[in-house]
Design a protein around this ligand. Structure first.
Ligand code: SAM
Length: 347
C-alpha cells in the first residue's frame, strides 16, 4: 500500500486495478499516510488558506427525475420555489460584506432559467461585484447555452459526472438521461474555458470499488479544476430511501487520493459531509480539501432545497455564521480567507 501511495504521489495517477486495490485494501495506516501526503501537497499550493463560496440555491424546480435526488421532478411532496433576480442579488449583498468573493448559483433544471434570464442574473452580479466570481451549477445545457453564459461572465461551472461507469449511471437515472450527454457537457464546459468541476456521491446505490476506480481514472484524465465529492444520503421520497448513507471515512480517503492526483484542484469539504458528521467539514479539510461552501440562500429556500434527509443549513453551514466557521477552521490550523479563490494552474 505504501509503495502504491508513493507511486500515486509521484506519477499523479495509477492504473484502474491499482486504484481499486487502494480502495479495497484501505486501512487506518494507509488513510493516515495518504492524508499526510495530501495535506502536504495542498499546503504547497494553497498554504493554510480555506476558500469560501456562498451557495445560493436559486430554484428547486427540476425537469429531471434522478433516482437519488429529493428535488427530482416526480417528488410530489417537494414544495417548489424559485428565487427572483432581486432575491439572488440580495443574497450576494448579504455575502459580500461577510467576505464572500464567489457566488455559486445552484438549482434544479428549471425551464424558467432561459439563457437570457441567467445572463441577466450574471450581469447584475458582475456589475455590482466585479471582483467576485460567479459559479453556475444548473445542470445539462447545450454548447450554445454554455457559451452564452460564459460570454456573460460566468467563471466556473459545477456539473458532477455522478459516476464514470455507464451501467452504473443508468442505474442511478431514468432512461431519458444519458451518460454520454453528461460527459459531453463536461467536455464542452472545459472547451469554453470555464473552471470546470465534476464529482460524484460516495456510497451511491450500486457503486462498487471498480466504479470508484473509474471515477478516479476519469478525474486523472479529464483534469477538472474542481471536484465535488460527498457521501450519498438517502432522501425519504426517492426509490433509494432505504439504501445506506455513504461513509465519511471513504469520502475522506478519496479526497486524499484526488488531492494527490491533482495537487492544485479546488476540492470542497461538502455540505453532505458536514450533514452526517458534526466534524465532517473539518475531517474533509484534514484529508486534503481546501474549500467550504456555506449557504447564503434565504431561510425559506434552504428548507425547501432538500436534496437528501437532514441536509445541514444551520450553524457553521449558514453563511451568516461565518465567524463560527472561522473558529472551527482555526481550531484545526486553517484560515478562512477573503479571496476570489481561483484555481491555481500548473502546480
Ligand atoms: N441540477 C444540477 C445538476 O444536476 O448538476 C445541480 C443541482 S444537483 C441537486 C447537485 C448535486 O446534488 C448532484 O450533482 C448530486 O450529486 C447531489 N445530490 C443529489 N441528491 C443527493 C443525495 N441523495 N445525496 C447526496 N448528494 C446528492
Amino acid at each position: 500500500m505504501i509503495e502504491l501511495i508513493n507511486k500515486l504521489e509521484k506519477e499523479r495517477g495509477l492504473t484502474l486495478d491499482e486504484y481499486e486495490f487502494l480502495i479495497e485494501n484501505r486501512n487506518e495506516e494507509a488513510a493516515k499516510f495518504l492524508a499526510e501526503k495530501a495535506v502536504k501537497k495542498r499546503k504547497e499550493v494553497y498554504g493554510n488558506d480555506v476558500y469560501i463560496r456562498g451557495l445560493i440555491e436559486i430554484s428547486n424546480i427540476c425537469k429531471k427525475d434522478c433516482h437519488y435526488c429529493g428535488i427530482r421532478r416526480g417528488n410530489k411532496n417537494c414544495e417548489r420555489y424559485r428565487l427572483t433576480n432581486e432575491q439572488i442579488l440580495s443574497c450576494c449583498d448579504e455575502g459580500y460584506p461577510l467576505g464572500f468573493r464567489t457566488f455559486v448559483l445552484q438549482g434544479g433544471e428549471d425551464a424558467f432559467f432561459t439563457d437570457d434570464y441567467v445572463c441577466e442574473v450574471i450581469n447584475s452580479i458582475k456589475s455590482k461585484y466585479p471582483d467576485c466570481a460567479v459559479t453556475l451549477s444548473l445542470g445539462e445545457r447545450s454548447f450554445e447555452s454554455y457559451e452564452k453564459l460564459r460570454k456573460a461572465g460566468a467563471d466556473r461551472y459545477l456539473l458532477r459526472h455522478e459516476t464514470a461507469d455507464k451501467e452504473h449511471y443508468e442505474k442511478l437515472h431514468p432512461s431519458d438521461l444519458s451518460f454520454d450527454n453528461r460527459m459531453e457537457c463536461l467536455k464542452n464546459l472545459k472547451k469554453l474555458g470555464f473552471q470546470t468541476g465534476c464529482g460524484f456521491m460516495v456510497g451511491s446505490p450500486y457503486q462498487t470499488n471498480k466504479t470508484i476506480a473509474k471515477d478516479l481514472k476519469f478525474i486523472e484524465e479529464f483534469k477538472p479544476e474542481m471536484c465535488g465529492i460527498g457521501p450519498f444520503i438517502p432522501h425519504k421520497d426517492t426509490i433509494f430511501k432505504d439504501y445506506p448513507t455513504g461513509s465519511v471515512e471513504l469520502t475522506c480517503y478519496l479526497l486524499s487520493i484526488i488531492r494527490l492526483i491533482s495537487p492544485d484542484i479546488l476540492l470542497p469539504a461538502t455540505t453532505a459531509l458536514g450533514s452526517i458528521d458534526p466534524i465532517g467539514r473539518e475531517k474533509g479539510i484534514l484529508a486534503g480539501a481546501n474549500i467550504v461552501m456555506p449557504n447564503l440562500s434565504p431561510e425559506d429556500a434552504k428548507k425547501k432545497y432538500t436534496l437528501y434527509n437532514n441536509k445541514l443549513s444551520s450553524g457553521a453551514e449558514a453563511a451568516a455564521n461565518k465567524r463560527m466557521l472561522e473558529e472551527k477552521m482555526k481550531a484545526i490550523g486553517y484560515k478562512i480567507v477573503t479571496n476570489i479563490g481561483n484555481h491555481k494552474k500548473g502546480n
